[in-house]
Design a protein around this ligand. Structure first.
Ligand SMILES: Nc1nc2c(c(=O)[nH]1)N[C@H]1C(S)=C(S)[C@@H](COP(=O)(O)O)O[C@H]1N2
Ligand SMILES: [Mo]
Length: 150
């Protein structure tokens, strides 16, 4: 099964990483229940992983866009991601039954709709004009091309 995730950063460039590589790089691991009551499984903290990947000297993005295998996507302002987590395994360590290979959770986010299953691509963006509201939907309904051009 496919477990590669492509990570794009407008300053840092792009890289394709396996879920295993992301998990190994992530400094903060926890049980997802600690942040999302009622949802079990092994997760890692998004922002500390991002800093490990991008390097501490990076200025912080303004938004993160996450795209799934089914082309569902969410675009979320950086300030709403302080407790965001990526779920990568069931509680017993087995691969996810739902949302394989990686699922985003945004505790305290504006909507459960932001909990993107089967993440394939992650974009770190630097553009205040993308706005203060999180957005989600299928790719053709939100114009990613427009977003990329800005
Ligand atoms: N890949 C993907 N992730 C997705 C969706 C989707 O259609 N595809 N739907 C979203 C919406 S609208 C909701 S409400 C939640 C539903 O999560 P659940 O399947 O755990 O109930 O997943 C979100 N993540
Ligand atoms: Mo939803």
């Amino acid at each position: 099964m496919e477990t590669e995730i492509s990570v794009h950063d407008e300053q840092q460039g792009s890289e394709v990483l396996t879920v295993d590589a992301l998990v190994t790089m992530a400094p903060v691991h926890f049980s997802l229940e600690e942040r999302v009551p009622g949802v079990t499984g092994n997760a890692f903290d998004l922002k500390s992983w991002y800093r490990a990947w991008a390097g501490e000297q990076q200025r912080e993005p303004t938004h993160m866009t996450v795209e799934a295998a089914d082309e569902f996507q969410a675009a979320i302002p950086w300030g709403q991601l302080d407790r965001a987590a990526l779920l990568f395994a069931e509680e017993d360590g087995l691969p996810l039954k739902k949302g394989f290979p990686l699922r985003l959770y945004v505790p305290g986010g504006s909507s459960e709709c932001l909990n993107v299953k089967s993440v394939k691509k992650i974009y770190f963006r630097y553009n205040e004009q993308l706005g203060a509201d999180a957005e989600f939907g299928f790719k053709n309904t939100v114009s990613m091309d427009d977003m990329k051009k800005r």
